[in-house]
Design a protein around this ligand. Structure first.
Ligand code: GDP
Length: 172
C-alpha cells in the first residue's frame, strides 16, 4: 500500500474561498497565484523528509463542505482550512470534523487545522485562541498562516501533516 511506496495522501477541506487552492499552489510551486480556474484533482510532489523520499498527493476538495466517502477513505491525513475573516468557514471546519470523525478516528487519520489569511488582521473575525481551542479539544494540530505572504509557514503545515501520518503508521 501507500506505506511501502512512501506515499502520503492528504485531503484538503474547507469552505469556498478560504484559500485551499492558494495553499496547494503555494506548496507545489512556492508561489502565490491569486486567481485560477476551477481545479479539482490530485496533485503530487516529491519531498525529501528526514532523509526519505516521500510522494505527497494532495486532493483539493474544491466543492467546499461536501466530501465523498471515497475521499474520506483515500486520505492518510486531512488539512481543514478556514479563513480568519470568515466565521462561517470556521463553523464549517467544526462540522467537517464531526463528519470526519464518524468514519475516521484520530488514531488512523490525523487532522491539521489551518487558519489562513493571517495577513488580513484588520478584518479578523476568528481569534487565534478559538482556533487553538478547537484543535486542542479535537486532538488536531493548529497553524495560522498566510498563503499570500509566506512560503515557509505553508511548508511547515504540509511537513507537519506528513510527520503525523508517519507517526500514525508507526503506531499501527
Ligand atoms: P478556495 O476556494 O478555498 O480554493 O480558495 P482560493 O485559493 O481560490 O482563494 C480564495 C481567494 O482568497 C482568492 O482571491 C485568493 O487570492 C485569496 N487568498 C487565498 N489565500 C490568501 C491569503 O493568505 N491572504 C489573502 N489576503 N488572500 C488570500
Amino acid at each position: 500500500g501507500n506505506q511501502q511506496r512512501g506515499e502520503v495522501n492528504i485531503l484538503l477541506m474547507g469552505a469556498h474561498n478560504v484559500g485551499k487552492t492558494a495553499l496547494t499552489v503555494r506548496f507545489l510551486t512556492r508561489r502565490f497565484i491569486g486567481e485560477y480556474g476551477d481545479m479539482e484533482s490530485v496533485y503530487s510532489r516529491m519531498e525529501r523528509i528526514h532523509g526519505q523520499e516521500i510522494c505527497i498527493n494532495i486532493w483539493d476538495s474544491q466543492k467546499g463542505c461536501w466530501v465523498s466517502e471515497k475521499q474520506l477513505q483515500w486520505a492518510d491525513g486531512m488539512i481543514l482550512v478556514y479563513d480568519i475573516c470568515d466565521r462561517g468557514s470556521f463553523e464549517a471546519v467544526r462540522q467537517q470534523l464531526q463528519l470526519i470523525r464518524r468514519s475516521r478516528k484520530p488514531a488512523s487519520c490525523p487532522v491539521v487545522i489551518v487558519a489562513n489569511k493571517r495577513d488580513l488582521q484588520h478584518r479578523r473575525r476568528v481569534s487565534g485562541e478559538e482556533g487553538r481551542l478547537l484543535a486542542l479539544t479535537q486532538c488536531c494540530c493548529f497553524f495560522e498562516v498566510s498563503a499570500a505572504e509566506t512560503y515557509h509557514g505553508v511548508l511547515l503545515v504540509f511537513h507537519r501533516m506528513v510527520d503525523l501520518v508517519r507517526e500514525t503508521r508507526a503506531l499501527r
